[in-house]
Design a protein around this ligand. Structure first.
Ligand code: ATP
Ligand code: MG
Length: 312
C-alpha cells in the first residue's frame, strides 16, 4: 500500500503543537523557545472537500476553506511526501492567541505538516518539517521551536531553513503577559530600519552568544544576556505599552523581552536570582496589567507530537 492509499484509509490523526517565542531579545530571527501552551488538531480523512471546525483562538475569524493555514500546510505536507487526500475534516482546538507574538502561524503550519506525516503513516522527520515550514512561514525561528521543542537556533542556507535544538537549563520557565491588542508580524517588521549602527550590531552579536550560555547553563546571566539593540525599541510605536512593561520589569531585575514580533512580553524565570539585581527580593513576575492576560509557562521539551488512529 502506498502512502496515498494508506492516507485515504480513514484513520484519524491527532496533533499537539506548542506556542513559541522568537528572538528572546538579541537573537533576532534566530532564537526560539517552545512553550507549554498548545493548539490541538484532529484530522479525519474522507469525502471530497475540506470541513474545518475551529474552537478557541481565531474562531469566527479564520477562513474555514482551503485557504485556512492548517489546511494549506496539510496540503503542502502531503505533496512533499508524494501523497494526496481529496477530502478531510479538520478540527482545531486553539489556545495560542493570534497576532500576539506567540507563534500561532508557525504552530498552524508545523501542526498541519505534522498531520500530513501522520495521515500517510510516515515517521516524523523533524528537520524536513522545519525546512518545509520555513518555506511556508518565510522565517525559520518560530517553526524551528515548534518542530523541535526546547531552545532552538535557526538559520537559512540559501533558501533552506535549518535549525538545531539545545537543551534549556533545568528550571527554566517563562511568564507571558499578553495584551488584548494585536500586532501583525508584517506590520512590526515594517518598522525596522534598513541599516543599524555598527556598535549596536556588535553588542547584539555578543549578547546573543552570551544568551546561548545563559539559556543552557548560566541562568544568572539572563538579564544581561537578553539586552537587545536591533529590533525591540524600533517597534515601540506599534506597541508602546509593551515596551514600557519590558523596561519596568527589567528595571526590577527581571529578564523581560518582546516575544517575537510582539506585543506579548515574556519574562524568563529561573530559581536562580538574576545577578544584575542582587539586592532585589523580586523573583516572580507580578500580576498582569489591566486588560492583559498572564500565562505561567514551562518550556515544551519535544515540539510537535502526532498520534495516529485515535480521534478521541
Ligand atoms: N491556528 C490557526 N489557524 C488558522 N490560521 C491561523 C492560525 N494561527 C494563525 N493563523 C493566521 O496567522 C495570523 C497570525 O500570524 P502572525 O504571524 O501575524 O502572528 P503570530 O504567529 O501569532 O505571532 P508571531 O509570528 O509574532 O509569533 C492570524 O491572523 C491567522 O490569519
Ligand atoms: Mg507568526
Amino acid at each position: 500500500m502506498n502512502a496515498a492509499s494508506e492516507a485515504a484509509s480513514g484513520a484519524a490523526v491527532r496533533v499537539r503543537v506548542p506556542a513559541t517565542s522568537a528572538n528572546l531579545g538579541p537573537g533576532f530571527d534566530a532564537f526560539g523557545l517552545a512553550l507549554s501552551l498548545y493548539d490541538e488538531l484532529t484530522v479525519t480523512p474522507g469525502g471530497s472537500g475540506v470541513t474545518v471546525e475551529v474552537d478557541g483562538a481565531g474562531a469566527g475569524e479564520v477562513a474555514l476553506d482551503e485557504s485556512h493555514l492548517v489546511v494549506r500546510a496539510i496540503r503542502a505536507g502531503l505533496e512533499s511526501l508524494g501523497a494526496s487526500i481529496p477530502g478531510f475534516t479538520l478540527r482545531c482546538q486553539n489556545r495560542i492567541p493570534h497576532g500576539r507574538g506567540l507563534g500561532s502561524s508557525s504552530a498552524a503550519i508545523v501542526g498541519g505538516i505534522a498531520a500530513a506525516y501522520g495521515l500517510t503513516g510516515t515517521p516524523l522527520d523533524r528537520d524536513r518539517v522545519v525546512a518545509l515550514a520555513h518555506d511556508l512561514e518565510g522565517h525559520p525561528d518560530n517553526v524551528a521551536a515548534a518542530a523541535l521543542g526546547g531552545f532552538t537556533i535557526a538559520w537559512t542556507e540559501g533558501p533552506a531553513g535549518r535549525a538545531i535544538r539545545l537543551e534549556p537549563v533545568e528550571g527554566l520557565a517563562a511568564v507571558a503577559y499578553v495584551p488584548d491588542t494585536r500586532v501583525l508580524t508584517k506590520e512590526a517588521r515594517g518598522l525596522l530600519p534598513s541599516a543599524v549602527p555598527h556598535a549596536d550590531a556588535a553588542a547584539n552579536a555578543g549578547r546573543s552568544a552570551l544568551l546561548v550560555a545563559a539559556l543552557t547553563a548560566r541562568p544568572e546571566l539572563l538579564l544581561t544576556a537578553t539586552e537587545d539593540r536591533l529590533h525591540q525599541d524600533y517597534r515601540e510605536p506599534a506597541m508602546p505599552e509593551s515596551l514600557a512593561l519590558v523596561r519596568k520589569l527589567r528595571g526590577i531585575g527581571l529578564p523581560a523581552i518582546i516575544s517575537g514580533a510582539g506585543p506579548t512580553v515574556l519574562v524568563l524565570t529561573h530559581p536562580t536570582r538574576p545577578s544584575a539585581d542582587p539586592g532585589s527580593t523580586t523573583q516572580i513576575p507580578g500580576p498582569a496589567p489591566d486588560g492583559w492576560s498572564r500565562y505561567e509557562l514551562e518550556i515544551d521539551p519535544v515540539g510537535v507530537q502526532v498520534w495516529s488512529g485515535d480521534a478521541s
